[in-house]
Write a protein that binds this ligand. Sequence first.
Ligand code: SF4
Ligand code: SF4
Length: 236
Amino acid sequence: MLGEGIIQGLVETARNFFGSYVDKDRLTTVQYPEERQPLPEAARVFPFLLYDGDDPVAGLRCVACQICEKECPPRCIHIDKSKDKKPDFVGKQQFYPAVFNIDVSVCMSCQICVEVCPFDAIRMDNAFELSTTDRFGGLLYTKRELAKSNEYYQQIHPTEAAECDERRAKELADAKAKAAAAAAAAKAAQAANPAAAPESATQASKNGAAAPAPSANGSATGAKGEPAKSETKVGQ
Ligand code: SF4
Ligand code: SF4
């Protein structure tokens, strides 16, 4: 029948209108901003940078590899890589962002930066009350404004954060196992040939759990604090 859909819509509206006086579930609106509906877990607005520990800047997971900067369609990410390096959560020496800015007035919330980040360093926030009268400075977020803790991430995206924590815990356990194996191999080499291997044994014990993974022949790759080749490429 012509107009049947319109009539059904009006009937549903009327049911909700009158029904809301007796049934709270039929209330489809809330008195925002005093009342708020919980956001779904998948809600996303603009990206933020994750940090570990207590220091939002020193604890940033970002290694300034600039993949997100290159992949961002509207080019609203700007990163300047540091000159020096600092250890990441498994003890590998990595660059860090001296500058990390996102112009959220240009960002289109596509989440591509999150998808391409190999270091679980950037995630989508669900904060949306960001209006400002300063069109330029007010919407250009620096790394200090972008930095948010892992606890915050666990609150807004609990399922995703749990998967991420599990993956990182495994990576850390693997790194520790490799470091222990490297130390044991160096010790064995020293025991077998005390004159030839003291340097490598000393170095392995100095590096401890933070030592990089051993190579196939048992020597510790990057035992002098240098990153493995693959790391260097990513951070270039
Ligand atoms: S969400 Fe999309 S547009 Fe926004 S910073 Fe990330 S890649 Fe760029
Ligand atoms: S892809 Fe990840 S680690 Fe690389 S610069 Fe972007 S946020 Fe940092």
